[in-house]
Every structure is written in structure tokens, then in C-alpha cells.
Design a protein around this ligand. Structure first.
Ligand code: AMP
Length: 619
């Protein structure tokens, strides 16, 4: 049996050992792993000093999977067995992805029962969870090797727009290799954390992420240490590659190259990428290619890429519009992704937002660093004061029940996305509709909470009170949107509503609500106990009254009088008694009426058995 350690009273607390947890940026093209190392969080390199692990896995029949640059190098030689961009397959159905051009080279296993886009390779069929697990395994190895210690957990980043299935499969991949996931963290949130923006009281942050092939913009709002995604936008077909192609087209035009061999095309593209990188640090680069020489200036580059840059700004404008915010409302812009090194991009962003974006941290590492910071906190290496609350519900979400009481379904500070269900029942015999009132706050009475929405569930089949089963499911997605669904389980009748719980709620209002709830905690508990006792008492009185309407003749006159008196007494206590008095009188009424209940049961069992053979009864 394990022994629990208890420190000596008054003794010195022992300093807990530094525990090892990593941050993982599991990217579409490249993945990174980071950890807290003394001075701060650093990205951990592999044995050759590389910190970017290409997210590519090569499978062969006779060896373990090969992950990273070696796999990427062989992708043109053996495309069928070399899997890239697996992140785009996570949480998707085969039917959604099999026609996509970037997956054309793969043979998908069409017979697989679960509809996952599993790929047939020389080492067997590999589903996206397995492929992601192989990438994670390499990162874990890289981290353990570099830190010379065993990992205790990881924070893994996912795009803000990932749905539940995509998030779940990311977790499943970690589980497959026994990696303890401390948390999934939204990539833009991680980037904001890397810049320490979570330590501010409130603010709005735009995360501008321009990688090699994709572009994402997220607009986050921070309130009391909680990040909420207000809007996201992007372009899955816009990235650094398009800037490379723009240079290729420009050189071809300047040099008058008509047709190039495929080898020369590939060389020219490679050359263009290197020119683009040089232009991030110089005003002009000279070109020597296939006997043609010339130069490309920063201003030429600006002209030839103007349309691409404009597209990124248009997306920012759209995201602001979706969140109904003006550009002046943005406090910080965080740059993520290798392509944000381009001065043309930085300048356009600065011009649009009217302030310089944050660029101090390497844009390739910023997401991994934020994840590493969060991992270090979650594993317990920081004091409680440093504890970050990220992507959580700032206030409890619940539903009104009888007596105007609140039943909390999702408690405050629950990590989102989250789904929770609870079963409710009808209060009255024959009740065919139920009014659902969704509220937010910490108080026990509905009138002390914020009303978020009301809706009705109709067509409940008539039953005796308490027999119907109504499942109410609360689901908060990654963007903080709450969906509430009520379902009557015997018929499957449903009703649903969606609300944005944060709408119109600022940090001051949240703080005020929490303060008032603390101040009233004791009074709230008392009123809850009173309301519950009143409801219980009323239910018993109603049940006895309806039983007497049917079987009143089972009672002797004196017994009926005794019950009448007890009911009258209880009714007066419901109006003005304490919860303890009501509770005691309810028990008393229960005791007095128990003989009546027993007689009714005997009578109805007797009726039910009439006509049955003895054999059947004994069965
Ligand atoms: P990522 O997907 O975030 O790794 O970004 C890769 C993209 O960043 C590629 O298109 C690279 O060409 C581009 N990139 C990396 N370094 C630079 C640089 N110094 N200047 C311009 N683009 C760069």
C-alpha cells in the first residue's frame, strides 16, 4: 500500500524537486518540443542541433518508423509510404479528405469500419492517431535525451479552430505512447503566453500566423487571466510558398525563360526561397541563374508580393468585423510562423493596426515556448500565484430548477472545450413541457445570477411526476460558445439553444459577481436548504392528496384527520418555518401516512396479481 507523506506540524516545508514537463507544438509541417531549463523555457534540439522536426513519418516493412528530415528527404522517392501533413487528417472522415490533392499519392484503407482516413503502408495500415503518435514519440525521445530525465507530462498545442474530434484524436495519439497530456492549449493562446500577455489584467490580442503553406489569424480577449477566442480566420492556401512562386515568376519574366526542365524549375524554386530569406535582412540580392544575372530589390519584392500581403490584411479586417471590434481596440499583435520574418509583412501589419507587432521571439518557436511555460506551471513548478487560468469558463453555467434554485452543470474554471450532461425529471403528473432557463454565476438563486437564455422542451409524453427522464447537455466549444440541449430519453424529442456566455461581460463584472457570491455564501446555503425543504414538503403533500383522490376510502376517519392536521401544520411551516422545521414535519407526515401508503401498495399488488396462476406468481 502506498503511504501518504504528511509534513511535521510547524516543520519546514521541503522544497519539491523540479518536475519535467514539456510543451509540444505539433505542427502540420514541423513540430517542436520545449521545456523549462533554468533561465527560462527553451526549445530543445535533437542530437544534430536541429530544433525543427519535420512532421513527416516514413514506414517500411522491416524497420521502425523514421520521423523527421530523413523521412522528408525520401518522400519523393517513396511517396506512398511517407506520410506528411497528417495533422490535416486528424478527426476527419475518409470521405472528406480522399480527393484532396496533397493526399493523392496515398492508398487509403476503404474497408476500415470507423471511416478514419487510414493509409496503407509497407508497415501496415496507419491511421492519423498512430502517425501523430510516432511524431510525438520522436519529440519525447528528443526531450528526454536532451534533458537526461524522464518526462512527467506535456502541454500540446492545437489550432484554435480544432473541433472536439480533432482535439480528442490529438490526446489519443499521446495516450498511445503513454504521454501524460496536462492540457491541450490553443496555438494562438500559447503564442500570447510566450510574450507574457496573460499576466495583464485584460486586453485584446491578434495572433497573426503566416507559415509555409497556411495563414491563420486569431483574435483573443484576455480577462482576469482568461483567454477567450473571439474570432478566427485564415486561408489554408496562403503562405511563404506563394512568395517563393512570385519570385520564380518574376525571374522567369525578367530573364525571358520560356520553358524550364523540371530539374531547373526545382532549382529555381529553391533559389527563390533563399533570395526571399536574404531579403529579410538586406535591401537587394543579386541573381545568377542559368547564365542570366540580375538583382531583386526590396522594393521590387514589395511590388511582386503586394497582392499576397493584401490578402493577409483582408483576413485581419474580416476577423475584426466578425468580433465587432475596431482596429483601435487591439492592444497587441503577436507574429507567428517563419513568413512573418518578411519586412513587407511586418510593415503591412504595423500600418493596418497602427502599432508595431511583437516580433522579439523567434516566430518558429513562439508557440512551443508558450506551451512549455504552461507545462511548467501545470506540472507544479510554479507557485499558486503564478498559476494561469487559460481557456476556462470564468463563471459557472447552470440551469434553473424548482424553487428558483440554480443547478450548476459546468463549474467555474472548467477547461474548455467541455461537455457535461445531467438528468432531470418532471415535477407534476402529466407534465408535457419543460421550461429551461440557462443561467451564469455562482449564487444559489436564479434571481442572483445572470440570465443567459430560455427555451422549452415540448412533447414530453404524459407520465407521473418524476418518471420522465430529461437529459440536459451543456457544451462549451473552444471559442466559448455554449450549446444547451434537452432531450426526453424515451422519445428522443429534443430542443436546443446556443449562447455566448461572455457577451456583454467584462472583467469588472466577473470580479463583482465573484465578490458578491463570497460575501453571500452562508446566506445562499441557508436559502438553498430552505427552498429544497419546501419543495420536498410540497411534493409529499401533492402526492398524498392525489393518492387520497383515488384511494381515500382506505383511510379511517381518525387517520384522515390526523393526516389533515399534519398537512396543515406542514403547509404553515412551508410559508414561514425554517428548513430544519420543515424537514422534521415532512418526516413526520411521511411517518403518519406510511400506513396509508402500505395499504395502497397491498391493494394494487393484489389487483395486479388477480387472474395470474400461482406458478407464474412464484416465478
Ligand atoms: P513555418 O511553416 O512557420 O515553419 O514557416 C516556414 C516559412 O517561413 C517558409 O515559407 C519559409 O520560407 C519562411 N521563412 C523562414 N525564414 C524566413 C526568412 N528569414 N524570411 C522570409 N521567410 C522565411
Amino acid at each position: 500500500m502506498a503511504l501518504l507523506q504528511i509534513s511535521e506540524p510547524g516543520g519546514k516545508p521541503t522544497t519539491p524537486a523540479h518536475r519535467i514537463a514539456v510543451g509540444i507544438d505539433l505542427g502540420t509541417t514541423n513540430s517542436l518540443v520545449s521545456a523549462s531549463c533554468g533561465a527560462g523555457v527553451e526549445v530543445l534540439p535533437d542530437a544534430s542541433g536541429n530544433y525543427l522536426l519535420p512532421s513527416v513519418v516514413a514506414y517500411a516493412s522491416d524497420t521502425d518508423p523514421v520521423v523527421g528530415s530523413v523521412a522528408r528527404a525520401q518522400s519523393t522517392k517513396d511517396p506512398k509510404n511517407t506520410i506528411s501533413s497528417v495533422k490535416r487528417l486528424l478527426g476527419r472522415a475518409l470521405s472528406e479528405v480522399e480527393q484532396a490533392p496533397q493526399f493523392k499519392q496515398y492508398e487509403f484503407d476503404a474497408e476500415r469500419g470507423d471511416g478514419a482516413p487510414a493509409i496503407v503502408t509497407a508497415a501496415g495500415v496507419k491511421d492519423p492517431i498512430q502517425v501523430s503518435a510516432d511524431i510525438l514519440q520522436t519529440l519525447v525521445y528528443q526531450a528526454e535525451h536532451s534533458l537526461k530525465a524522464k518526462l512527467e507530462g506535456a502541454v500540446i498545442t492545437v489550432p484554435a479552430y480544432f473541433n472536439d474530434a480533432q482535439r480528442q484524436q490529438t490526446k489519443d495519439a499521446a495516450k498511445l505512447i503513454g504521454l501524460n497530456v496536462l492540457r491541450l492549449l490553443n496555438e494562438p493562446t500559447a503564442a500570447a503566453v510566450a510574450y507574457g500577455l496573460d499576466s495583464k489584467e485584460q486586453g485584446t490580442v491578434v495572433v497573426f500566423d503566416l507559415g509555409g503553406g497556411t495563414f491563420d489569424v486569431s483574435l483573443l480577449r484576455l480577462q482576469s487571466g482568461v483567454f477567450e477566442v473571439l474570432a478566427t480566420g485564415g486561408d489554408t492556401a496562403l503562405g511563404g510558398d506563394d512568395f517563393d512562386h512570385a519570385i520564380v515568376d518574376w525571374i522567369k519574366q525578367q530573364a525571358g525563360f520560356q520553358v524550364l526542365s523540371s530539374t531547373d524549375e526545382a532549382k529555381l524554386l529553391h533559389y527563390a526561397t533563399s533570395m526571399k530569406h536574404q531579403l529579410s535582412n538586406s535591401e537587394e540580392v543579386s541573381i545568377e541563374f542559368n547564365g542570366w544575372s540580375g538583382s531583386l530589390s526590396a522594393s521590387d519584392f514589395r511590388d511582386i508580393t503586394e497582392a499576397l500581403v493584401k490578402r493577409t490584411i483582408l483576413t485581419c479586417r474580416r476577423v475584426l468585423r466578425d468580433a465587432q471590434l475596431e482596429v483601435e481596440a487591439i492592444d497587441n499583435i503577436v507574429m507567428v510562423g517563419g513568413s512573418t520574418r518578411m519586412p513587407v509583412v511586418r510593415q503591412a501589419v504595423e500600418k493596418f493596426f497602427g502599432k508595431a507587432p511583437l516580433t522579439d521571439i523567434d516566430p518558429d518557436k513562439v508557440v512551443a515556448i508558450g506551451a512549455g511555460i504552461q507545462a511548467d506551471v501545470l506540472i507544479g513548478n510554479k507557485s499558486a500565484d503564478d498559476f494561469l487560468l487559460l481557456d476556462v469558463t470564468p463563471l459557472s453555467l447552470g440551469i434553473e430548477t424548482m424553487g428558483e434554485l440554480v443547478e450548476k452543470i459546468i463549474p467555474r474554471n472548467t477547461t474548455i472545450p467541455v461537455a457535461k450532461a445531467q438528468e432531470f425529471t418532471t415535477f407534476k403528473d402529466g407534465q408535457t413541457a419543460m421550461a429551461l432557463h440557462v443561467v451564469q454565476g455562482e449564487r444559489e438563486l436564479v434571481s442572483d445570477c445572470r440570465s443567459l437564455a430560455r427555451f422549452e422542451l415540448r412533447d414530453i409524453p404524459p407520465m407521473v411526476a418524476g418518471a420522465a427522464k430529461i437529459r440536459v447537455t451543456f457544451q462549451v466549444d473552444a471559442d466559448g460558445l455554449l450549446s444547451v440541449m434537452a432531450e426526453e430519453l424515451s422519445t428522443g424529442t429534443k430542443a436546443e439553444i446556443q449562447v455566448k456566455p461572455s457577451y456583454g461581460l467584462n472583467a469588472d463584472a466577473i470580479e463583482e459577481m465573484l465578490k458578491v457570491s463570497h460575501e453571500n455564501a452562508k446566506a445562499d446555503m441557508e436559502i438553498r436548504a430552505l427552498r429544497e425543504a419546501q419543495i420536498e414538503a410540497k411534493q409529499l403533500i401533492d402526492a398524498i392528496n392525489s393518492a387520497r383522490e383515488i384511494d381515500g376510502d382506505l383511510l379511517e376517519a381518525s387517520e384522515a384527520r390526523q393526516i389533515d392536521n399534519a398537512i396543515e401544520h406542514l403547509a404553515s411551516l412551508i410559508a414561514s418555518g425554517t428548513s430544519v422545521q420543515i424537514h422534521e414535519s415532512t418526516e413526520e407526515l411521511n411517518r403518519i401516512s406510511s400506513l396509508f401508503a402500505a395499504r395502497r401498495m397491498d391493494l394494487h399488488i393484489g389487483e395486479a396479481l388477480k387472474g395470474e396462476s400461482i406458478d407464474k406468481v412464484e416465478q
